[in-house]
Design a protein around this ligand. Structure first.
Ligand SMILES: *Cc1c(COP(=O)(O)O)cnc(C)c1O
Length: 372
C-alpha cells in the first residue's frame, strides 16, 4: 500500500545526517530538533501552537483532557473511521455518540450531528477521512450555536487545505478549537516510529496541554493536574523536519497518482472514484478509496492480491457494530450510509513513489475484474 523504502531512498542523505546529529548530541528527548520541528510545523500550518506527543491516539486523548471534558459528557463522532477516535472517548469515560457519514466524501454528515445533539453534548470530533476535510464551516457554525468544542482528528489530512465558501483557505487541523495528528510511518507526514501532535490557536489551552503531556507539571515536580507521559523523541523529530520540507511535494505526488487513477476509471459506471470538494489542494489522498457497485468487493480484493497488488478495506465494520462500542440507543436506520460503504469500499496503493506503469497495471486489473 505504501513504498516507504522507495521514499527513504530519495531523502536518505538528509535523513541519515540529521539522525546521526541527534545520536551524537545525546539530546534524545526534548532536544533542539523537537523544538525546531515544532516551530517549522507551526509556520507551515499557520497555527499558534503545535504540541508534539507520542502518537495520534494520545494526541486525541490529550486534546480531550485539555478541554476538561468530564465523564458522561457526550462526544459526537463518525461511525466510519479508525477505532482510535472512539476509543479515547470511551477511555476517558465520555459517552461516544456515533453518527452516519456522507456517501460522497465519507466524512461526518452535518444533519446527523444535528440530530444527535442533546443537552449533554460537549464536543464534536470530525475526522478528515482519507485526506479531505469534513464540512468544517457548517460544523463550526453548529458548534457555536450549541456551545460545543470541535476537535479535528487530522491524522489523515495533514497538508490539505480547507476552502471556505468565501474562497478563504486554511490548513486542515487549524479550524476547530483543537486538532490531533499522527506521524505513524504510513501517514502523509510519517516518521520512522511513532509520533503525534496537537494543534491549537488557543494560548490557554496550549499551556494546559503542555502540562498534561508532561505528567501534569507546569513547574518541575509540581503536579497541578493528572497528566500523562507522551513525548515525541528527537530522532523522530529530526526525520519529520526533513519530511515536512517535502510535504507539499509528497502530497502533490499523491494527487498526481489520484488523477491518473481517476482518469483510468472515468468511464466505468460501477467504479465510483473519490469525490473531491473544490480545488485539487483540498484532498491529500492519505487513501485512494473506490466504491465498487455490482461487484463482489472481497473477491476483487482477493483478485488484486493474487496479482501481487496490495489493497485495503478501510473500514470493514462500522464502529457502532463493534463489540466494544455497541450502544442500545443506536438504531440501524440511522447508519444506512456506513452500513453500505463497508461493503463497497476498497483502497488502492497510494504513496509518493507510484509510477505510470504501476498505475496502469493496477487500474487494468481492477477494470477487468469489475467488467467480468
Ligand atoms: C492513524 C489514525 C489515528 C491514530 O494514530 P496513531 O499514531 O496510530 O495512534 C487516529 N485517527 C485516525 C483517523 C487515524 O487514521
Amino acid at each position: 500500500m505504501v513504498d516507504l523504502k522507495g521514499q527513504y531512498n530519495t531523502i536518505k542523505d538528509a535523513v541519515d545526517k540529521s539522525v546521526l546529529e541527534v545520536l551524537d548530541s545525546t539530546a534524545y528527548i526534548n532536544g533542539p530538533k523537537v523544538h525546531e520541528f515544532q516551530k517549522n510545523l507551526e509556520n507551515y500550518l499557520d497555527v499558534k501552537h503545535v504540541i508534539p506527543c507520542a502518537n495520534g491516539t494520545d494526541a486525541l486523548q490529550i486534546a480531550m483532557m485539555g478541554l476538561g471534558l468530564k465523564p458522561g459528557d457526550e462526544v459526537i463522532t463518525a461511525d466510519f473511521t479508525f477505532a482510535a477516535t472512539v476509543e479515547v472517548i470511551a477511555l476517558l469515560q465520555l459517552t461516544p455518540v456515533l453518527v452516519d457519514v456522507d456517501p460522497n466524501s465519507f466524512n461526518i454528515e452535518v444533519d446527523a450531528i444535528k440530530k444527535a445533539i442533546t443537552p449533554k453534548t460537549k464536543a464534536i470530533v470530525p475526522v478528515h477521512l482519507f485526506g479531505q476535510c469534513a464540512n468544517m464551516e457548517a460544523i463550526m457554525e453548529l458548534a457555536k450555536e450549541h456551545n460545543l468544542f470541535v476537535i479535528e482528528d487530522n491524522a489523515q489530512a495533514i497538508g490539505a487545505n480547507y476552502t471556505y465558501s468565501n474562497g478563504k483557505k486554511a490548513k486542515a487541523g487549524t479550524i476547530g478549537h483543537v486538532a490531533s495528528t499522527s506521524f505513524f510511518p504510513s501517514k502523509n507526514l510519517g516518521c520512522y516510529g511513532d509520533g503525534g501532535a496537537i494543534f491549537t490557536n488557543d494560548d490557554d489551552l496550549a499551556h494546559t496541554i503542555r502540562g498534561i503531556v508532561n505528567h501534569g507539571m507546569y513547574v518541575r515536580y509540581h503536579h497541578d493536574v493528572v497528566g500523562v507521559n507522551s513525548r515525541l523523541d528527537s530522532i523522530q523529530a529530526a526525520i519529520l523536519d526533513i519530511k515536512l520540507k517535502r510535504l507539499d511535494a509528497f502530497n502533490k505526488a499523491r494527487q498526481k497518482a489520484a488523477n491518473a487513477y481517476d482518469k483510468a476509471f472515468e468511464t466505468h459506471t460501477d467504479i465510483i472514484t473519490p469525490f473531491r470538494e473544490g480545488s485539487e489542494d483540498n484532498h491529500v489522498f492519505h487513501q485512494y478509496t473506490l466504491r465498487v457497485l455490482n461487484t463482489d468487493r472481497d473477491a476483487l480484493a482477493k483478485h488484486l492480491n493474487d496479482n501481487g497488488i496490495p489493497c485495503g478495506v478501510y473500514y470493514p465494520i462500522p464502529l457502532h457494530l463493534q463489540k466494544a462500542y455497541q450502544d442500545s440507543r443506536y438504531n440501524e436506520a440511522d447508519f444506512t450510509v456506513t452500513n453500505q460503504l463497508v461493503k463497497e469500499v476498497i483502497s488502492l496503493p497510494m504513496h509518493t513513489e507510484l509510477d505510470d506503469n504501476q498505475i496502469e497495471f493496477i487500474t487494468s486489473t481492477v477494470i477487468n475484474f469489475v467488467n467480468s
